[in-house]
Design a protein around this ligand. Structure first.
Ligand code: ADP
Length: 150
């Protein structure tokens, strides 16, 4: 049973995230979409809303489970018997950042990371950009799935 955890803040879920999740589905028997909770971080969407975005989008996908966790991501993986972490790469900056985290996670816990590169036309999308556009009243709908569009 190949199980992966896809961790993130999902503040909000974007078409960049769903691109990675949808393309990873054939690779794994189960994917846990895991919202990391950090009490000192300020979010635009509360935890309930972020859970709803994920649960609604994947309600008909039996391979996907949605959970929340606190603390080290590798500890959460171990508690769920997940052997892999799934991450998306948009650009060289993501690669450099993820490389150090991926190497550390493997050294700490033997959990390997699987990276998928964004599909063409999706690498400009990030939750940060979506939040900025929302704050300034712009059109963000082309960057998010249906459930995030009001
Ligand atoms: P974090 O809080 O860890 O940055 P995010 O919710 O922003 O979490 O992202 C979770 C994962 O989704 C990360 O691996 C990130 O690289 C990936 N991701 C986000 N947007 C995109 C995108 N446009 N293309 C590919 N991967 C993406």
């Amino acid at each position: 049973m190949r199980k992966a955890v896809f961790p993130g803040s999902f503040d909000p879920l974007t078409l960049g995230h769903t691109d990675i999740i949808d393309r990873a589905l054939p690779l794994f028997d189960e994917i846990i979409l895991a919202i990391g909770t950090n009490s000192s971080k300020k979010y635009m969407f509360n935890l309930e809303e972020r859970l709803h975005f994920l649960e609604k989008t994947y309600e008909n996908e039996p391979k996907v489970t949605v959970m929340t966790y606190e603390g080290l991501t590798v500890n959460f993986c171990k508690s769920q018997n997940a052997q892999f972490l799934l991450r998306g790469l948009r650009n060289g900056q993501d690669l450099e950042f993820e490389k150090a985290i991926g190497q550390t996670n493997f050294k700490m816990a033997g959990i390997d990371s699987v990276f998928l590169i964004s599909s063409s036309g999706k690498s400009h999308i990030s939750s940060t950009v979506v939040r900025d556009v929302i704050r300034h009243g712009g059109n963000y709908e082309f960057m998010v799935p249906d459930v995030v569009r009001k």
